[in-house]
Design a binder for this molecule. Sequence first.
Ligand code: FNR
Length: 422
Amino acid sequence: MDQHLDSVPAYQRQIYQNGARGQVPLVPMHFEELEKKARRKLSATAFAYVAGGAGQESTQRANRLAFEKWSIQPRMLRDVSRRSLKTTVFGKEWRSPLMLSPVGALGLVHEQADALVARAAARCCTPMVFSNQASVKMETCAALLGDTPHWFQLYWSKSNELVASLVSRAEACGCEAIVVTLDTPLLGWRPRDLQLGSLPFARAIGLAQYLSDPVFQSYLNEVQLRPSGPITLNALGVFYDACRNYGGSLWQNPRTRRPLKAVQQFIDIYSRTDLLWGDLEFLRKHTRLPIVLKGILCAQDARLALESGIDGIWVSNHGGRQVDGARTSLDALREVVAEVKGRAPVFFDSGVRAGADVFKALALGATAVGLGRPFAYGLGLAGEEGVVEVIENTLAELDLTMALAGCCNPDEVRSATLLGHE
Ligand code: FNR
């Protein structure tokens, strides 16, 4: 029997058994409680960065409402005794259709950041997508993940040499796909961070992929620091944090000013606003890995992606963090799936809070579904164990929802009917 097949109901049973002994889960089951508790525990800047969205956060709210517009049809008297969540992606078998979306600057949330997420993902056999803005370099996380699938998410910087270097490192550490996030050529207008004047990267949080990169490091030798403003207590704090997060010697860092050079270089090089479909050819030439485009929100862009020889499409509005008023990711999913017609896998995220949401996204045609903010809160509240709980809770609910809707596997979910749109 599939080892995980029985383990999901067993997980639920275990929770009740623990409860009988007076032991309750570490992190709240319900997303709203999870977020509330994280708000109390995290620093104001960390919470603002994770919880915040673009503008008035209407897209972020709409992402959730979009799920509520769809209803699942429970079915009776079907044999659902033999179930499996297994899903094949790019020829590789995954435990389930759930993966961890790339989430940057996790160093704000927990000292050990991505390393603990990688450990948790490995324990749950759940694929992890390394963020370009990670706080722990990809090689370290890849080693912790072992055989658990991992992908690398790329922000296309102004330097193609850096792009090529990051991609070749991703290949070397066993990443199985490159995800190019297209929706962030500029950082969205995020009032919660703006109100606090807080940008994690200024403190060298979320720069681990750059700082560990030989091409990026070689650029630092040439950086001329621009004059900074008056030295205030806060500025000293930011400088101290940058020196600490840069790594290496806390004695040498302030003298060489390399942490400041790294921050300035990152800000200058981070992204291109003139990237075109034709540029994807460069990536194709530099990697044999499947290329997935993240941030696609309409049929036209899905068509262009397929015409560009792309291997996978990831429907996402970045959790409502980029364009306030953008359409919901779930709404775009239907349109993209209809356009792609099975020619490439279609991944999905934005607004997924529980297993029933994963079910709905699958039923609307997603191949696999990404979890974002919930695991970041799990990390903040209880480190590795918190992430494990968030993943296992989601999978347990997905498995039960599937069974109660009369489905035995994700393929059956994909042909299940959802009711009540519009
Ligand atoms: C993100 N997301 C993101 N995406 C990406 O491609 N690269 C990145 O570095 C990040 N960083 C990041 C940080 C934080 C704090 C959040 C919340 C999100 C977007 C992420 O991959 C995913 O699309 C969203 O998290 C999905 O929305 P929900 O489900 O979290 O609301």
